[in-house]
Design a protein around this ligand. Structure first.
Ligand code: GLU
Length: 610
């Protein structure tokens, strides 16, 4: 979500901090700020509403000097986006940046007001600044003051504290919101994501839940939630310096849609042979766990939830194992019954999705046999806290609307389904070969699907002036329709809904008129004839249809129905394949509407708040 960057160095750090914020800004934010202290304890704080570039321009012309600083891009949760609510927040000599939500901020605000503190913002974050200022009055060091302060905080935070009287150090704390420390030579850095620091270092250390660390130019000292001195592993990042570069594409989303063939190849690489799935590649303990698994529970949010919904059809139809899928924010607050030998699977691009992480922690207490995550970010909280992780290798995904993370999740799930089916004896050698050859064929087929770009661009004209759109599918193409409608909502702000086509007559048919385009995902398969009847129901009521089908489906275009005819692909991988034209459709509708495709309003990438 919002981003944090910090630095303790001898050189001036303003540029490094602002560059770090720029690298994080794709996540969605509404304001940004920096606070920098020089060696004579002079503090400069600059905050701006809007784009990081506005902050960058002001910082540039102000010639800010100082080797210790903190910076933040905010995604408002408490208090409107405004300069006064932008971070860093200051209390006396203390400056603070914070990602997350302090849930007991109201009580703390009352207590601190009684102590004489005056609040100038509406944020929950400001309580941290005053609380640390208060604690520092009696504590021997900033570290101890922060340790005492965070004990009083409820909720989620990644926070960095700076004392203008002691520019030699920053103190950082993590609980529910990621913090990574970057090691330089004679200088150290920290951030909410290593991407922010790739131009200054490649050596990183992730803090764990409850950790508080003191960062100086030469040392990083970490303490766990019990106050014990602990060592955390330092790793070398494999990400490219320009991992988040847009290249010649107009938008990150467009680039990421077109990267899908490569992302899929990378995700399958070393995990399948010419005709089989390598079970060991799923995880060291995988074969043992999969052999014992009797039920799958998938928990995820947003696009990842839709991937889980597609996988449910595969788990049951291909591997013959029961599977439930639930939205993480519901699962975590519901009193549920754990079925025997259930495997929990969390899906998340970032591995930091707050609700999914909470669901994982809850499931550990509730008797799940094991927890697996399918995730795109190595070292993320879900990866570290799960029993085993299967990494999608989509590369950095910058567009808020997820595309390549979704399709690589799907191919990962299909590999897992196949491995599980083999362990259970529900997939024989012939079936396995059939699945694996469909997987091998997919990247090229997606390349072909991308070549429908121009046709889809022309189609998008019909949608741009509409206020509503309906997406229909049956079987595993129902969740494909769900994902298509989510994409359209996210980036074009057109209200879109997905229905299982058989459900139309139970209500939504009442909505059909010439102002409601109806998009149908209709490959030739077992359910095609049923789907054709549903299409006729729409047609009979004057609806305008846009049908994505293959040559074998036998549709004919007329005044009420436009057809995009795609090459036929295997039933097994068709849900992944048909996702691609849907992504292109929403992209081109958004382009015509002129919305901010990569940073749609009100949304953020990597949802680290509840
Ligand atoms: N809750 C804090 C605020 O509204 C931090 C939000 C964020 O993570 O950017 O200012």
């Amino acid at each position: 979500m919002c981003g944090i960057v910090g630095a303790v160095a001898q050189r001036d750090v303003a540029e490094i901090l602002v560059e770090g914020l720029k690298r994080l800004e794709y996540r969605g934010y509404d304001s940004a700020g920096v606070a920098i202290v020089d060696s004579a304890s002079n503090l400069t704080r600059i905050r701006r509403l809007g784009k990081v570039q506005e902050l960058a321009d002001t910082v540039d012309s102000a010639h800010v000097v100082g080797g210790t600083g903190i910076a933040h891009t905010r995604w408002a949760t408490h208090g409107e986006p405004s300069e006064i609510n932008a971070h860093p927040h200051v209390s006396g000599d203390i400056s603070v940046v914070h990602n997350g939500i302090i849930e007991n901020h109201e009580q703390l605000r009352d207590t601190l007001t009684e102590r004489g503190y005056q609040f100038v913002s509406q944020t929950d974050t400001e309580v941290i600044a005053h609380l640390v200022e208060w604690e520092l009055r009696s504590a021997p060091s900033l570290l101890v003051a922060v340790q005492s302060a965070v004990k009083q905080l409820e909720g989620a935070y990644g926070t960095v504290v700076m004392d203008r009287n002691d520019p030699s150090r920053l103190v950082v704390a993590r609980s529910g919101s990621p913090i990574v420390i970057g090691f330089g030579v004679g200088e150290n850095f920290l951030a909410s994501d290593q991407l922010a620091l790739l131009n200054v270092t490649r050596r990183f250390m992730y803090l764990e839940e409850g950790d508080v660390a003191e960062v100086t130019r030469r040392d990083v000292t970490v303490f766990n939630s019990l106050g014990e001195h602990v060592e955390r592993k330092i790793t070398e990042s494999k990400l490219e310096h320009d991992a988040a570069d847009k290249g010649n594409y107009r938008h990150y989303m467009q680039k990421e849609v077109f990267e899908q063939p490569t992302a899929l190849i990378n995700t399958m690489e070393g995990r399948i042979t010419a005709d089989s799935v390598i079970t060991d590649a799923i995880g060291v303990k995988a074969a043992y766990i999969l052999a014992k698994t009797e039920h799958i529970q998938i928990v995820a949010c947003g696009t990842s939830y839709n991937a889980g919904m597609i996988a449910r059809y595969w788990f049951e139809a291909i591997a013959g194992i029961s599977c439930d899928v639930e939205i993480a924010s519901e699962f975590r607050y519901r009193k549920f019954v754990t079925r025997p030998n259930s495997l929990l699977i969390t899906l998340s691009q970032s591995g930091e999705t707050a609700d999914t992480l909470a669901a994982l922690r809850l499931a550990k207490e509730k008797g799940y046999m094991a927890a697996m995550t399918i995730c795109n970010v190595a070292g993320s909280s879900l990866v570290r806290e799960s029993d085993f992780a299967f990494m999608t290798r989509a590369g950095v995904e910058v567009g808020v609307a997820s595309t390549k993370a979704f399709t690589t999740q799907l191919i990962s799930l299909l590999m897992l389904v196949t491995a599980l089916g083999k362990e259970r004896g529900t997939i024989d050698k012939v079936r396995e070969q059939e699945i694996v050859s469909a997987m091998h064929a997919l990247p090229n087929q997606i390349e072909q699907a991308l070549s429908f770009e121009k046709e889809i661009e022309a189609l998008a004209e019909d949608f741009a002036d509409k206020h509503h759109t309906l997406f229909l599918g049956r079987g595993e193409f129902y969740p494909v329709a769900m994902e298509a409608s989510l994409k359209l909502k996210e980036i074009s702000y057109i209200h879109a809904e997905a229905y299982a086509a058989g459900e139309l007559k139970h209500g939504p048919l009442a909505l059909i008129d010439a102002d409601m385009p109806v998009v149908v995902v209709a490959p030739s398969n077992d359910l095609l004839e049923k789907l054709k009847s549903n299409i006729e129901e729409v047609r009979a009521r004057g609806g305008l249809l846009y049908v994505f089908a293959d040559e074998e489906a036998g549709f004919e275009a007329d005044d009420t129905m436009k057809i995009i005819t795609m090459p036929h692909v295997s039933d097994i991988t068709a849900p992944i394949y048909y996702t691609v034209p849907m992504q292109l459709l929403s992209y081109y509708v958004a382009l015509i509407k002129g919305t901010d495709v990569d940073q749609p309003r009100n949304l953020a990438k990597s949802v680290t708040v509840e």
